[in-house]
Design a protein around this ligand. Structure first.
Ligand SMILES: Cc1ncc(COP(=O)(O)O)c(C=O)c1O
Length: 429
């Protein structure tokens, strides 16, 4: 039995939360909580979060930032990755800043306790109400994306009677390819985000000529799930013609391991690369901002499902009680995940883990290896903390799953499962 457990333990890849292990019962546990028991007590599907994992990754960023020394490095959590209030509260308590990309995310960040001065607003199509809300809350930085926004924001700050200036950054499209999936690459020249490099001088001039706006610096974000440090080093080089500036924001994008074969750079190396390139290329500055999303939350979470049916139609289909409603990423851009049976990890049975939704593309893991799956088994997919809860939806009347924080053997629901009443809640009769 001891050997079996040891063998099974070897199958938990780096995609799993830091606390994940196979317990004496032979089941996977996270934060000291047995995922099989959790599924029976709290139902499935559910997002199970290793609270300490999130904290430790935030601390890894902060420690790395401290090690690279001056200029000050601040780390902003990109709220879009996991916009759950409890997650935001955790990062606010750890002392991170927050990057928001809409009025809704701004409301969540403020409700979670981020000081307004540590909030950065992004967006390539910010509405007037979103900008008004940001000004009203006196957030730290608005990242301007286009000339229309300069005009819109200028008009709004022009109406202020308090004489306060809004601090802003200008987002540049650095023409640095992120070496990632085209749908999550943002740094290429032909992008919907930010100013083309040749337009940046005119944008700087326009912002400087707008009373009520104070230009603090430039921003660039080249994409997401980037598994090499090389493109990160190139961002500062692309922005160097616009130095000096007091503030540089070099975005997020560090990739994570979704499976055993992916080896992302360490957080400390990511921070060191960005800080060194900023020092070399951008000269003296007061503040270097980083905006990780995925790297803070992806691996800290697993989704648990119940297997509802197993059948062979050429492939062996293992259908679970969730799918594209709780994890849209495989459907959206072919994102890869691993799967395991929570109470029989390991195994060599080749199968397709399918969701329950009315689309043939609703496949969570196309090439899973499981241990003889049966209806009633509890299955988990690791590394589901980033852009899953965020993109969850009600397709087929799905009730969006709860978020359960686990730490030291105690589980607590921090966001409840939706109910059928929630599905009807917006109806006007
Ligand atoms: C402006 C900006 N900053 C940060 C991020 C976070 O990226 P990641 O989750 O890859 O770290 C994003 C993601 O799209 C973004 O658009």
């Amino acid at each position: 039995m001891a050997t079996e457990t040891k063998e099974a333990q070897a199958t938990l890849s780096a995609a799993y939360p830091r606390s994940a292990r196979i317990n004496a019962r032979g089941a996977i546990e996270v934060g000291g909580c047995d995922l099989g028991q959790l599924a029976r007590e709290l139902g499935t599907p559910a997002y199970v979060v290793d609270e300490q994992d999130l904290r430790s990754r935030a601390r890894a960023y902060l420690d790395a930032a401290q090690r690279v020394g001056l200029p000050e490095v601040a780390v902003a959590f990109a709220a879009k990755a996991f916009p759950c209030t409890a997650v935001l509260e955790l990062f606010a308590a750890e002392g991170l800043w927050c990057d928001v990309a809409s009025g809704g995310e701004l409301a969540l960040a403020l409700a979670a306790g981020f000081p307004a001065q540590r909030v950065i607003l992004h967006g390539n199509a910010k509405s007037r109400p979103e900008l008004e809300r940001a000004l009203e809350a006196a957030i730290g930085l608005i990242v301007i994306d286009n000339f229309d926004e300069i005009a819109r924001l200028g008009e709004l700050v022009g109406r202020r009677s308090d004489g306060e200036q809004q601090r802003v950054l200008i987002r540049a499209t650095p023409d640095v390819a992120g070496q990632t999936h085209a749908k999550i690459s943002t740094g290429q020249a032909d992008s919907k985000f930010g100013f083309a490099l040749e337009d940046v001088p005119a944008a700087i001039e326009a912002v400087r000529a707008t009373p009520g706006l104070q230009l603090r610096g430039l921003h660039a974000h080249i994409g997401s799930q980037i598994l090499s440090l090389e493109p990160f080093g190139a961002i500062a080089e692309a922005l160097a013609p616009f130095a000096p500036m007091p503030v540089w924001d070099l975005g997020g994008g560090l990739g994570v391991a979704y499976s055993a074969d992916q080896q992302p750079p360490a957080i400390s190396d990511h921070v060191a690369t960005l800080a060194a390139s900023a020092r070399e290329q951008l000269g003296e500055h007061e503040l270097l901002l980083l905006e990780p999303g995925r790297a803070l939350v992806a691996n800290g979470c697993v989704t648990i499902y119940t297997v509802e049916s197993v059948k062979r139609n050429v492939s062996l289909y293992v259908a679970v009680d969730g799918g594209m409603s709780d994890n849209l990423r495989p459907m959206l851009y072919g994102a890869r995940y691993e799967a395991a049976l929570v109470e029989r990890p390991g195994g060599e049975c080749e199968c397709v883990v399918a969701g329950k939704h009315c689309e043939s593309g609703d496949i969570i893991v196309p090439h899973a290896r499981l241990a003889e799956p049966r209806a009633g088994d509890i299955l988990c997919t690791p590394a589901t903390g980033a852009y899953t809860f965020a993109m969850a939806n009600n397709y087929n009347g799905a009730l969006r799953p709860p978020v359960i924080f686990c730490a030291e053997g105690t589980a607590r629901v921090v966001c409840r499962r939706e109910t059928e009443q929630d599905l009807l809640a917006r109806d006007v009769r």
